[in-house]
Write a protein that binds this ligand. Structure first.
Ligand code: PLP
Length: 372
């Protein structure tokens, strides 16, 4: 096959409805396609490229680590893994980490941890939630259309609404699993009352409270962890997406005052804690300081002030549209702005946290035109 045939007759299973564009380069909040056209990236690889494309800090850290050591297995320690665990523990206020390679894997680790720690099988999640596509993570994803074709799934999951949480949590509940802001399910922030009630229910029944911060964490919502903005602290949380600014990584963080539960042999991941991803992630964590978090909150106000129907927390934002979202995505794209969706009639904005005020204004002007 010629190079042209490779690129036009692609050999990929059709799991994604991809837009007909091939990206070749990224620079800050900008993407360049194979025709050389530049686009303002308000999707950030779906809340992954938090510091922007080719940010110098993770880029330099990953380059240096590539030149030093790529992989050793988890039979040994590496410096980047230990440093990242220490940095995340400091940010959390005392926690131990298990490293893996994706959001769904971090959920798998969390579910196994909760079952081992409590000796219980029950898992309570919310209707409309999204926790990933592996069989375990899908089993606690509250979207029947995604689950049904793959049933039977893992038993023990039940789905509540914020109002019915109390009816679902009981003596068999290992864990309550929540997103502080439901991301894929349409960008719906949970109220601080719901989160506080979940904390109280977990404490009352001896269950564990786990926050899925795969999308909300690492500065996305204007604090390092989204739970800091609502003041309800979980027993454990999961991270992935923005942690290494685009290199694959996932993490389960377990609070020091929660049970450790895992013993050698209970769980593993060949690539988990990869030195290059962990080195990049260390640089990401170091870069997310108070000034950048204040910038995220300011930009969030700028978007929600200018787009009256926008909702969300920090730079995890959404706007509902009339009818299917696809034509609005295409209209923005034709004007050089990349946006995503979260549900059939919702546009999702998850730009780099480093988007400048001028870039935000450009984005707002284009979106205002597109939304009519
Ligand atoms: N949890 C949440 C909240 C997510 O938003 C996602 C992905 O969008 C996942 C888990 C799954 O992450 P991954 O696609 O890395 O497996």
């Amino acid at each position: 096959m010629t190079q042209e045939q490779v690129l036009t007759h692609h050999n990929l299973l059709p799991t994604y409805a991809r837009q007909d564009v091939t990206w070749v380069e990224g620079d800050g909040a900008w993407l360049v396609d194979s025709n050389g056209k530049r686009y303002l990236d308000l999707l950030g690889g779906i809340a992954v490229v938090g510091l922007g494309h080719r940010h110098p800090a993770p880029l330099a850290a990953a380059h240096a680590q590539l030149d030093r050591l790529w992989h050793t297995s988890n039979l040994y320690y590496t410096e980047p893994m230990l440093e990242l665990a220490a940095k995340l523990s400091d940010r959390f206020g005392g926690a131990d980490a298990f490293f893996c390679n994706s959001g769904a894997e971090s959920i798998e680790a969390a579910l196994k941890w909760a079952r081992k720690a409590t000796g219980r099988a029950g898992l309570v999640a919310l209707e409309g939630s999204f926790h990933g596509r592996t069989i375990g993570a899908l089993s606690v994803t509250g979207q029947p259309a995604k689950r049904t074709p793959f049933e039977p799934l893992v038993p023990g999951a039940s789905f509540a609404t914020p109002d019915t949480l109390g009816d679902h949590v009981g003596p068999d509940t290992a864990a309550i699993l929540l997103e502080v802001v439901q991301g894929e399910g349409g960008v719906h922030p949970l109220s601080s009352e719901t989160l506080a009630e979940a904390r109280a229910l977990a404490d009352e029944h001896g269950s564990l409270l786990i926050f899925d911060e795969v999308q909300t964490g690492v500065g996305r919502c204007g604090s390092f962890f989204a739970w800091e903005r609502v003041g309800v602290k979980p027993d454990a949380l999961t991270l992935a997406k923005g942690l290494a600014n685009g290199l694959p990584i996932g993490a389960l963080l377990v609070a020091h005052d929660a049970p450790t539960a895992f013993e050698p042999g209970d769980h593993a991941s060949t690539f988990g804690g990869n030195p290059v991803s962990c080195a990049a992630a260390c640089a990401v964590v170091d870069t997310i300081d108070g000034a950048l978090l204040a910038h995220v909150r300011e930009l969030s106000d700028r978007f929600t002030g200018a787009l009256p129907d926008a909702r969300g927390l920090g730079l995890l934002l959404a706007v509902d549209v009339d009818g299917p979202a696809g034509p609005y995505v295409d209209a923005a794209f034709s004007k050089g702005v990349v946006v995503g969706t979260a549900g059939p009639s919702t546009l999702r904005l998850t730009p780099p946290l480093t988007l400048s005020a001028d870039e935000a204004d450009l984005a707002i002007a284009t979106l205002t035109e597109v939304l009519g």
